[in-house]
Every structure is written in C-alpha cells, then in structure tokens.
Write a protein that binds this ligand. Structure first.
Ligand code: NDP
Length: 411
C-alpha cells in the first residue's frame, strides 16, 4: 500500500507499475482520493498492454490510527510505503504494528508545531517492531536514503575506516518560476530555515541558518554555492560508523531563491505557529469569523505545486557522498554520485527530478523487503542493510551511479 499521492508517490507508483514481477496488488491511499484515481488512470494509460500490478484506491486520513488500521485490515498489504508527510510517520508506524504490516518511509518524523527532526521518536519503536516480527525501513529516498546506501557501500568495499563524510546535494535545474520549492513547500521551508548542524570530533556543532557556505564543483554542472544544513541521515550515519570524525551535509541554492526566502521570513510567512485571522463568512452577509491559520501552510496554498513544475524543468540534479578515510593503512578519497535529468524524469513519470530521485529509491527499498533481501524485525536505517543489491537496482531502475577515486574532494 502506498500512502500519499503527491510527487514522490507518483514516481514510486510508476516504478512499482514497471516491476510487476515484484508488486502484484497495490492500493494507493491518500487524503484526497481523486488524486489517487487520477494517478491510477495515468498509469493505466502509460502502461496499457503491458503486464502491470492491479491498482486500487482509497481515501484515508493518515493522522488517524483507527482509520488506518481498518484500511490495512481490509486490504491486508505486506508493506506500507509511507509517502505522505513526515507528520504521519508515527501514526502509520503505530497502525502497521496493530495490523501486522511492514513499514517504509522517506523522511523522519517531525512534530507539526516544531521544525525539528531527529530519529529518536521512530527508533523508540525498535522493540515493538522486533517483537512483532515486522521490519521498518526508515529514510529510503535519496537523501536520506541513497546517501546512506552510498556510505554503506563505501564502508563495505573501499574503506577500512571512514573519517570524513560530506553529502553534497545540488539541484542545477531551472523551473522558470520566480520562486517554488521542489517538494512539499511546508516541509522544505521548515528544513531550510532552521539552524545548521554538523558533527565533528564526537560533538554536534550548531550554526546559524545557512551561515556556512562554499562553492563546490558538481560533475557536468560546475561550481555552485553550497550551504551547510542539518540533515537527518547524519544522525544515524555517525552512530553506525563511529570512526567518522566529521560529517556534514551541503545543499545548493541560487541567489534568487535565497532572496525570496529572506523576504518570506522577514514577512513572517515562514511562521509555523497558529495566528487568529478575521475571515469573511462565505455567505456574503458581510459578517466575519475568527479562524486560526498557520502562515507557512497558507503560503503553501499560494505557491506553485511542486508536482506541476515538471513540464518546463530543465537541467539536472547531482547528489553524492564525498568520503575520506583509510584503506590498508593508506589515505584515500572516494566520491560516488548520481546525476538525474529533470526532463528525462518528466518524460518517464510526469514529475521533476527531485520527486524522481526520491520515489525510485522508495520503490527499490520496497522491492528489497518484498523479495526478503532486506527483512529483519526491528526499526532500521538503510545503512543497516546490505547495500549491494540496492546499488545494483539503482543502475537498473533509472538512477545510475558513478565513482571517482582519489580525486580532489574540495571539502
Ligand atoms: P506532496 O505534498 O507532493 O505529497 C504528499 C501527499 O501526502 C499528498 O498526496 C497529500 O494529500 C498526502 N497527505 C498529506 N497529509 C495526509 C494525511 N493526513 N493523510 C493522508 N494523506 C496525506 O509531498 P512530496 O511527494 O513532495 O513528498 C512526500 C514525502 O517525501 C515527504 O515526507 C517528503 O519529506 C519526502 N521527501 C524525501 C526526500 C528524500 O530524498 N528522502 C526528498 C523529497 C521529499 P493531499 O493530496 O490531499 O494534499
């Protein structure tokens, strides 16, 4: 069962449809059922005449555990792919436990009233999933997701000791809009406007938002100003690879995007607390009523929908891991990355590259679980599993990777 029918879910559904030998029956369930129906119709048109899974749709409020449990008990899926929003992670995990279903997501839990992410809330489910014999795979998009798998692959094949890890995420695409976010605007703006954080010598070091930046050169793209952000996979990676001395995450932003973001913040539109707003009644009586609004949620309603950006999006993304450490007593550097074209992603799935680079790994994670390759009771991050079969599928499913040994990492 796929929960959500947004950009990432759309790509994952296309990839599921392309792999009918693994996925036989699929339900797409989301808050707005019409979106699920439209998605299934698009799949049926695109893959007409080809073998594909049987698709069905349902409406579900994933904030409501009882509603989820009833749907899961009725459809009886083996796995839930949670491609809704990070707010729903805990309710969906809870429902999976009650209904005996495996779980996968692409972003860690965030409380609605606090722009803060950490794994502790989801790791707390470890014993319950283990006792129930169920597997939960956390953070199986690109970053988090492939970034952890790249690191696990590097640790398995190329290093005895990883010491420095820099995850570098560049979007050199152009959607030809003045301002738009590439995935859910509310989640995206919450992530970027919070303080930066990185790990060094056993400690977490906090920075002001976007305080640290430097140009980094991306393959086939060139130098782009890259900003240090806190990103969730750093938390699990430094725990799983204790030899890491420093771990950082970098993301590129264009000057225009940052100028708009600054204005949005200065205007108070990135606030996530509730305000009272005097709204006219819909009955033309001229009377008003006091309603509560969250400025960032209101802003989401007026910004371009990330799902509609694909059509005019050109350029590409480039995401990878730059790693330094020791192999056979010698220092070595390693860079592993994928470049993804927005236009190619749109031609295949109708979505832009950021949804594509997230939805494809989500499908591969589901494939790993359903084939029994990544199945162990408990709650796990992707680097807790064997990276090799996943890396093999990345090449098959549209996200090929490339390696550079002992090059200049710049970071
Ligand atoms: P969208 O906003 O496009 O889609 C979210 C979907 O979830 C919508 O269909 C929405 O329904 C549905 N939804 C929201 N709330 C509920 C609810 N209470 N019950 C049921 N359905 C609900 O987001 P994206 O597709 O861009 O992102 C999906 C996820 O992927 C997010 O968690 C995001 O953080 C994550 N992500 C991860 C990345 C990675 O590399 N790891 C990168 C990019 C995104 P409706 O249509 O009614 O609004």
């Amino acid at each position: 069962m796929i929960i959500g029918a947004g950009g990432v879910a759309t790509v994952a559904a296309h990839k599921v449809a392309q792999n009918p030998e693994v996925f036989s029956e699929v339900m797409i369930a989301s808050r707005t059922r019409e979106k699920c129906v439209r998605l299934v119709e698009a799949l049926q048109r695109k893959y007409a005449g080809k073998a594909m899974p049987t698709f069905s749709t349902a409406k579900v409020d994933a904030d409501n555990v009882d509603e989820l449990v009833a749907l899961l008990q009725d459809f009886k899926p083996e796995l839930v792919m949670n491609l809704a929003l990070p707010y729903q992670d805990l309710t969906i995990m809870e429902a999976c436990l009650r209904a005996g279903v495996h779980y996968l997501d692409t972003a860690n839990y965030e409380p609605r009233d606090e722009a803060h992410f950490e794994y502790s809330w989801q790791w707390a489910y470890m014993d319950r999933f283990r006792e129930a014999g169920l597997t939960a795979i956390l953070g199986c998009g690109f970053d988090p997701g492939v970034s952890g798998i790249y690191t696990a692959y590097a640790a398995k094949h190329h290093f005895d000791e990883i010491q420095y890890l820099d995850i570098v995420d560049c979007n050199a695409g152009n959607h030809h809009k003045a301002f738009a976010t590439n995935f859910n605007p509310e989640i995206n703006i919450r992530e970027i406007t919070q303080k930066g954080l990185y790990y060094e010598d056993g400690k977490w070091i906090e920075t002001e938002p976007l305080e640290i930046h430097q140009p980094i050169t991306y393959p086939n793209i060139g130098p782009r100003e890259s900003y240090l952000l806190h990103h969730e996979e750093l938390e699990s990676l430094v725990k799983n690879y204790p030899s890491i001395r420093r771990a950082r995450f970098w993301m590129t932003f264009g000057q225009q995007y940052l100028t708009y973001l600054d204005c949005i913040q200065n205007l108070g539109m990135s606030r996530i607390d509730e305000l009272e707003y005097e709204a006219p009644l819909a009955d033309d009586s001229g009377k008003t009523v006091k309603v509560k609004i969250v400025p960032l949620q209101f802003l989401k309603a007026v910004l371009p929908n990330p799902q509609d950006l694909g059509e005019n999006y050109d350029g590409e993304t480039s995401i990878g891991c730059r790693i330094r450490g020791l192999k056979d007593g010698k220092e070595r550097s390693y860079y592993v990355y994928n470049n993804c074209s927005h236009e190619a992603a749109y031609r295949e799935t109708g979505m832009q590259g950021v949804s594509y680079t997230t939805g494809v790994p989500a499908m591969i994670g589901a494939m790993m679980l359903l084939k029994g390759i990544w199945k162990k009771p408990g709650v796990w991050n992707v680097e807790d599993f064997d990276p090799d079969p996943f890396m093999e599928q990345l090449n098959v499913q549209g996200l090929p990777w490339h390696e550079v040994f002992d090059g200049d990492l710049e970071v």
